[in-house]
Design a protein around this ligand. Structure first.
Ligand SMILES: NC(=O)c1ccc[n+]([C@@H]2O[C@H](COP(=O)([O-])OP(=O)(O)OC[C@H]3O[C@@H](n4cnc5c(N)ncnc54)[C@H](O)[C@@H]3O)[C@@H](O)[C@H]2O)c1
Length: 364
């Protein structure tokens, strides 16, 4: 499906390279065989990347023949401290030292949690990300944010920790489910909305199920440019949270329920609510909003919340890490391609956004 030649492009970030192309043509083998020749190697996978991605690594890279494989249970409900403890105990049993290497092979769950585990173990073991979901390739693996959830509060426990390198090999996408490709596309759409209207326009004309490599590459570049300019999120980087004030609250609210919603899907609906509020606050032209609405409704199923759920959803937003002075701070849009950070949201604003979603569902 992917017309994937051995193209290899290197994107330089502040402190690590992002190599885009076939893993076998990258510097990954050299790192294993030279820099870490005598080191122990640990590969962290979840259940699906164990079944679909691990074999490729083990059969193509001789230096990994004795690697220790550690399995994380898949699913956001497992991005928790209890699982980290189990992995730290296993690392300890396997006598991993700071000179060894951890390879995170998976989606955003594995890169967030694997990075966190590596960063804290013995005050930091070097790690590499090999993202295998579209969402992790274009977003989660890039930028040094690692962490886990605390109950329904997303990514509350975490550290900034940079990997040694990131290897984005789109070949892994061949086994990714269609729904997960859509989840990845949500973050790509976000990149267009906050920073690059040309990227947004191109995304309107492609199938998310057969995402062109150049658009994946462009999204990695957009994310990397933003995080490199503001690694610790004091300004510019906050833009990347567009869709996440509502999105994280939706994800947390439904976490563990039978209606659990994936991160990308939650962010897509979050972007819809936040774009709607951008119009309500006189920032975004209605024509831009209608374009955003059409795209999101075409690609993502709607979800709505009942009025009695609103206070709990608002409560989740109040725990967002980007807030200050106890008020919810949100990213809104000025145009397609331009975002404004630090926009306060009251409970009434949040109600307005949630009512909008509810109306759409009832009108369906
Ligand atoms: N650190 C950051 O900057 C950042 C940014 C965005 C999202 N995130 C986090 O990323 C997570 C979401 O990432 P995600 O959507 O990749 O979720 P995920 O890691 O749970 O992966 C989604 C599903 O796809 C499966 N999968 C992954 N690669 C596969 C492959 N090649 N073939 C078959 N199945 C495969 C996984 O096993 C899982 O079932 C959330 O926890 C979110 O908070 C972090």
């Amino acid at each position: 499906m992917y017309n994937f030649e051995a193209l290899m492009k290197i994107i330089h970030s502040a402190s690590y390279p992002i190599e885009f192309g076939a893993l076998s043509s990258s510097s990954f083998p050299a790192i294993l065989e030279k820099d870490y020749a005598s080191a122990k190697k640990v590969i962290l996978v979840d259940e699906n990347t164990h079944d679909y991605c691990l074999e490729y690594l083990l059969t193509h890279f001789e230096a990994l023949k004795d690697a220790e494989i550690m399995l994380l249970p898949s699913g956001e409900e497992n991005k928790v401290m209890e699982v980290c403890f189990q992995v730290w105990e296993a690392l300890s049993e396997y006598k991993i030292s700071r000179r060894d290497l951890i390879i995170n092979l998976g989606g955003g769950l594995v890169s967030d949690m694997g990075g966190f585990i590596a960063a804290l173990f013995k005050r930091g073991v070097n790690f590499i990300h090999i993202p295998t979901s579209l969402l992790a390739m274009v977003d989660a693996s890039v930028g040094g944010k690692t962490g886990i959830d605390l109950g329904k509060y997303k990514n509350q426990i975490g550290v900034f920790a940079d990997p040694l390198a990131i290897f984005v090999d789109p070949g892994f996408l061949t086994t990714l489910q269609d729904e997960e490709k859509l989840n990845g596309m949500a973050e790509m759409l976000k990149h267009g909305l906050i920073a690059d209207s040309g990227h947004w326009n191109k995304l309107q004309n492609v199938s998310p199920l057969e995402m062109p490599l150049e658009l994946i590459y462009d999204s990695v570049q957009i994310k990397n440019t933003i995080v490199s300019s503001d690694p610790r999120e004091s300004g510019e980087r906050k833009k990347l949270n567009f869709g996440h004030t509502f999105g994280h609250a939706f994800e947390g609210f439904l976490l563990g329920s039978e209606n659990q919603v994936a991160h990308g899907h939650a962010v897509a609906l979050g972007m819809l609510c936040e774009a709607y509020l951008s119009v309500e606050k006189g920032l975004l032209p209605t024509s831009d909003f209608l374009e955003i609405q059409a795209c999101i409704r075409k690609n993502f199923p709607l979800l709505a919340f009942q009025e009695e759920d609103y206070p709990a959803i608002y409560e989740l937003m109040l725990q967002d890490k980007k807030n200050h002075k106890s008020s919810v701070q949100c990213v809104l849009l000025k145009n397609i391609g331009e975002a404004v950070i630090d926009q306060p949201l009251s409970f009434t604003d949040v109600e307005l956004g949630l009512n909008f979603l509810l109306r759409l569902v009832r009108e369906k």
